[in-house]
Design a protein around this ligand. Structure first.
Ligand code: SF4
Ligand code: SF4
Length: 480
């Protein structure tokens, strides 16, 4: 890992800062600078890391807090199972996610990327600090010690193994770990191969690929960047205050500049002839940037709003006796000396849509029944015949799928309310184990006089022996 300070090409708008003229990657070895923003990020990152690692192993009411159970075609969220038939909930949730993202981006910019995205949380708060601890910062002579590099990769491997455990548990459940499923390679080859592939991807991503995930792979960053507007909060360089940039010494101090205050390798500007601005062109804001960009060039697609450059520049401003905030969180409007509008039509519209969607989701969840009832394709043709009481009826077989959405065993019977119909079940009471899906074929007799045409929509209710409604569905029945 050769120490390379990204050179910040002059055509920064069309060339990635981490790619050289020949298209080869320039390794970003970002420095770590402590400051109030990094402390805040750690305060958030610690619970986030705990959450990301623990959530696949947490149970709520005996059920997984979060699990994608592909084999059983179930998704567990907060201990509640959702089935493919619950698609409407997901449509609302996805819409909520999209509009929520639009609102967050319009209001706070790429706050998700820099502060919540698992990639950046783990890279900047875990992997990079481990690297700096064991190999030292950029240019450290410790980097040449092979045993340090080996130790670093061993620690990376341990962390990647833990993350692969969590990632695998999302799909196979925490119970599989309790039963040492992954250790029995022969019996569970798919789980083991999945774990191994995930482990490899995590190690590759955090050990080598790093910022390229954000700048090359992730479409979310491009989408977010395109959503920024002049009122969006972003990490910005105050060029009015900072320019013309140039090397200065601390106020009243004749000492030579520190290494942090030497002009950056990117400095290709002519020396300023008049009074200088506050930027001393030390380049520290570039050296700490995990995507290798120079924030002084303005807002760029690669900027994650991680705030590392704010801490870096504040440190320098403290040293040279200038006010902090040369690089800071602000909108373009604020930089221009105007007021930032939070309550603008775009944000209000997004908020209204979120309120509507949330209300719809809450209403749907409140009406969610314990048993999911779905009609299957009718294969038997209805016939006209007398029911056991001798009434002239239409007899039909009604294939139904019943899914117990709860964590308890349920007993269920089937009724057709308001039709004076008779239902004959293959078994008097259907027993549904927790989470069980079953198919039943009740024979129904509907008085022929109930049909005004060739088709009748029949409401099917599933009730427990005490008469409590467990689920319902509407099924179409036609006359012979
Ligand atoms: S420019 Fe600043 S906020 Fe943006 S990614 Fe680089 S260090 Fe983070
Ligand atoms: S850290 Fe601040 S003073 Fe140094 S180059 Fe960046 S903006 Fe200028």
């Amino acid at each position: 890992m050769a120490s390379t300070v990204p050179s910040g090409p002059s055509d920064y708008k069309s060339v990635l800062a981490t790619v050289d003229q020949g298209g080869r990657r320039k390794w970003v070895e970002a420095r770590i600078v402590w400051g109030r923003w990094r402390r805040l990020r750690y305060l958030l990152a610690i619970p986030l890391i705990a959450f990301y690692c623990a959530i696949p192993f947490v149970r709520i009411g005996g059920n997984p807090a979060f699990q994608i159970d592909l084999a059983a075609r179930k998704l567990w969220i907060a201990g509640v199972a959702f089935w493919p038939q619950d698609l409407s909930y997901f449509v609302i949730l996805v819409l909520l996610g999209i509009v929520g993202t639009l609102l967050t981006v319009a209001w706070l910019g790429r706050v998700f990327c820099g502060w919540f995205c698992p990639h950046n949380v783990f890279l900047e708060m875990l992997f990079r600090p481990v690297e700096h601890l064991l190999l030292g910062g950029p240019g450290s002579p410790q980097k040449t010690a092979w045993w340090r590099a080996a130790l670093m990769w061993a620690v990376f491997g341990l962390i990647a193994g833990g993350l692969a455990n969590a990632g695998t548990a999302i799909f196979i459940g925490e119970g599989a770990f309790r039963h040492h499923l992954l250790l029995d390679w022969a019996a569970h080859p798919y789980a083991t191969v999945f774990w191994a592939v995930l482990f490899g991807i995590i190690l590759f991503n955090f050990g080598w690929f790093r910022e390229q995930t954000c700048t090359i792979v992730c479409p979310y960053g491009r989408f977010q960047t395109a959503m920024l507007d002049p009122h969006t909060l972003a990490v910005v360089y105050d060029s009015k205050r900072g320019e013309p940039r140039g090397h200065i010494q601390r106020t009243g101090d004749q000492r030579p500049a520190t290494s942090d205050q030497r002009p950056a390798a990117s400095d290709q500007r002519p020396a300023a002839s008049g009074p200088l601005g506050d930027c001393i062109d030390c380049g520290l804001c570039v050296r700490v940037c995990p995507t290798g960009i120079d924030i002084r060039n303005g807002n760029q697609l690669e900027c994650l709003h991680c705030t590392a450059c704010i801490d870096a520049c504040d440190t320098i401003m403290d040293k040279v006796g200038r006010p902090r905030g040369l690089v800071r969180f602000a909108s373009e409007e604020q930089l221009a000396g105007r007021k930032r509008q939070v309550l603008r039509p775009r944000n209000i519209l997004y908020a209204l849509v979120i309120i509507v969607l949330s209300s719809l989701l809450a209403w749907r969840l409140m009406g969610r029944t314990d048993v999911l009832v779905a009609a299957l394709t009718q294969t038997a043709v209805p016939v006209r015949e007398a029911d056991p009481d001798g009434r002239d009826c239409v007899r039909a077989v009604l294939p139904l799928s019943l899914v117990n959405r709860t964590g308890e065993a349920l007993q269920a019977g089937i009724t057709l309310p308001g039709l004076d119909a008779r239902v004959v079940l293959p078994q008097p009471v259907i027993t549904l184990a927790p989470g069980q899906r079953t198919t039943t074929m009740p024979i129904i007799y509907i008085p022929a006089g109930r049909f005004s045409g060739r088709h009748l929509d029949v409401e099917v209710e599933v009730r427990d022996p005490a008469g409590r409604l467990l689920g319902r569905a509407t099924v179409g029945v036609r006359t012979p």
